[in-house]
Design a protein around this ligand. Structure first.
Ligand code: SAH
Length: 353
């Protein structure tokens, strides 16, 4: 039998790798091919109960029920945008916490934006997810179930995943790596690693560890400024690492993976949207294999940051492009349904208490 921290209690079967499941079946005197069958039920056919596993005998189903539980998220609310069909899901976890995920429909396919933690401890000034700090990490199963539950609900294939919901993925490293391994596994949903984007505020040590894994995932760095002083005003992480250290980690990521890095830049009126900052940005990243994603900041009621005007956003973009830097303005998806990270969860918790 596999050693488990919670020996004696039912284990989280969705978190088991194929190898671990094989060992489990061997341990109870069963053929290892059972592992593949059960794994596919859990990760491809996405069942919520052992009794739905029709090629597994009733006795075996009972034994599985004794030894394991299947992680489940309860849908509390689904908001649908009238503008673009984007859907925001509020899920309740088994311990009562709530998290949110977003389904975005693009021409190139359906994309799900998932949360990686309950809350966040990074403290970015403009972000709603971090206002109450970190509650806990999500398990790999809970993150997988965000995707599976959305796919089941909409009945359409999910082809892209972005780790850009609440939480800092690099602050939940092992579970995030386990999630990526499972979601890209051919025995599961088999979503190409190239269709997965992981966004970080810049935890350098873990970005380098992640680079060393050589996955084909796109890395997005939340840069949000070109001057260290401006970045410090927006993000506490900037007190730990300089922009040049962040960029060095991104270059390292490119060297190890060959993947073009994305820089996210949320434009805040009067703070980081002036042409001086754009100029500095150009001098920092010119020649890098990269892409800049400009996001007009989505104001939250707890802070007085304002969105840059459409004209300043366009001017910022034009300046980057004129200087050979690839830039896009992120389409605002679902702006009528509390689109910014963590806003829905926050307002739900406030209403409940
Ligand atoms: N912790 C990760 C993922 C967070 S959310 C990270 O920091 O990258 C994904 C992106 O949305 C980040 O770039 C984050 O800085 C940005 N973001 C969060 N709240 C925002 C808001 N209210 N307006 C605009 N961008 C926001």
């Amino acid at each position: 039998m596999i050693e488990r921290e919670d020996a004696g209690l039912a284990s989280d079967i969705v978190a088991y790798s194929m190898e671990e499941l094989k060992k489990y079946f061997e341990g109870i005197g069963q053929k290892p091919f059972r592992a593949k069958q059960v794994y596919e039920w859990l990760h491809k056919k996405n069942v919520d109960a052992f009794e739905e596993m029709t090629n597994i005998s009733a006795d075996m189903q009972k034994q599985l029920e004794r030894d394991f539980f299947i992680e489940q998220l309860t849908i509390v609310k689904v908001l649908t945008s009238k503008i673009d069909g984007t859907q925001k899901f509020l899920f309740r976890l088994r311990d009562g916490n709530v998290i949110e995920s977003v389904l975005m429909r693009y021409k190139h396919g359906n994309s799900v934006c998932i949360s990686t933690q309950v809350g966040c401890r990074m403290g970015c000034r403009f972000c709603a997810s971090t206002l109450d700090g970190l509650e806990r990490n999500l398990t790999s199963s809970e993150m997988l179930k965000e995707i599976y539950t959305v796919q089941k609900y909409c009945g359409e294939r999910i082809s892209n995943i972005v780790l850009m919901g609440s939480g800092e993925p690099m602050d939940n490293f092992d579970n995030v790596v386990a999630l990526i391994n499972k979601i890209s596994d051919e025995n599961g949903l088999h979503i190409s690693q190239r269709n997965i984007t992981i966004s970080t505020c810049g935890l350098i040590d873990n970005m380098k560890r992640f680079a060393d894994l050589g996955m084909q995932v796109t890395l997005a760095l939340s840069l949000h400024a070109a001057e260290d002083d401006t970045r410090k005003e927006l993000m506490p992480i900037a007190r730990r690492y300089t922009i040049s250290q962040e960029l060095e980690a991104c270059r390292y990521y490119f060297e190890k993976t060959g993947r073009r890095v994305t820089f996210e830049y949320s434009l805040v009126a009067g703070v980081n949207d002036n042409i001086g900052e754009a100029k500095k940005l150009v001098s920092l990243i010119r020649g890098m294999n990269c892409h800049v994603n400009l996001i007009p900041v989505n104001p939250i009621k707890e802070r007085d940051y304002q969105k840059s005007s459409a004209a300043s956003v366009a001017e910022f973009k034009k300046y980057l492009e004129k200087n050979g830097i690839n830039a896009t303005i992120r389409r605002e998806m679902g702006s009528d349904i509390q689109g910014a990270c963590g806003q829905l969860r926050k307002s739900f918790i406030e209403d409940e208490t």
